[in-house]
Design a binder for this molecule. Sequence first.
Ligand code: HEM
Ligand code: HEM
Length: 174
Amino acid sequence: MPYTYVWDLFVRVFHWSLVVLFAANALVIDEDSKLHHWVGYAVVVLVGARLIWGFVGTRYARFASFPPSISGATEQLTEIATGRAHKHVGHTPLGALMIYNLLATLLLIGLSGYLMTTTMFWGADWLEGLHKLAVSWAEIAVALHIAAVVYESRRLKINLPRAMVTGYKDMGPE
Ligand code: HEM
Ligand code: HEM
C-alpha cells in the first residue's frame, strides 16, 4: 500500500486555515482591533467543527482512531530512542497528544478572549494574563509541533507536510 488516503478534504482545509488564522492573530493583527476578535472567533468555529468531525468524519479523522494514550506515547519515545521505525497510517500517539493539547489551548484562548469583552469581566487583568499565557503556550506547542513533524518525516521517511496538502501518505514499500 504505497499511497494511502489519510487526510480528507475537511481535515486539510481545517489545518491550513487554522495555520493562517492563528499566525495572523498571534503575529500580525492589532490585538485592539475588531478584526482580532473576528479572526479569533473564526479559529473557535474551526476548532468546533473539527470536534464534530472527530466523531462523524472519515476513518483517520475520527478521535477513535487516535485516542490519547500515554502507553502509546511511551512506546513511540522508546522507538525513537532505540532507532526502530514503525509507520503509522493516521496520527502517531505523540502527535495525538499534541493535537488534543492544541485544540484545547485554542479553545481556552477563544474563551478567555471572549470573556474579556463581556461587561462582567471587563478589565479583569487575570483574564488578559490567562489569554496571553494560553497564546504563549500555543506558540511553544506549535514550534514543537513543527519540529516534531520535520523530525518524524525524516525518521520515518514519510513527507508528513505533503500528506497534509495532498491527503495521501507515501507509506513506502513495506
Ligand atoms: C508550517 C507549519 C505547520 C506544518 C508544516 C504542520 C504540519 C502538520 C502535519 C504534517 C500534521 C499531520 C501530522 C500527522 O501526520 O499526524 C499536522 C496536524 C495538525 N496540526 Fe499542524 N502544521 C503546522 C502548523 C500548525 C499550527 C500553527 C497549528 C495550530 C495552531 C497546527 C495544528 C495542527 C492540528 C490541530 C493537527 C491535527 C489535524 C487533524 O487531525 O485535524 N499546525 N500538522
Ligand atoms: C487564535 C486566537 C487568538 C490569538 C492567537 C490571540 C492572540 C492575542 C495576543 C498575542 C494578544 C496580545 C497580548 C499582549 O498584550 O501581549 C491578545 C490580546 C487580546 N485578545 Fe486575543 N487572541 C485570539 C483570540 C481572541 C478572541 C476570540 C478575542 C475576543 C473576542 C480576543 C480578545 C483579545 C483582547 C480583548 C485582548 C487584549 C487587547 C488589549 O490589550 O487591549 N482574542 N490576543
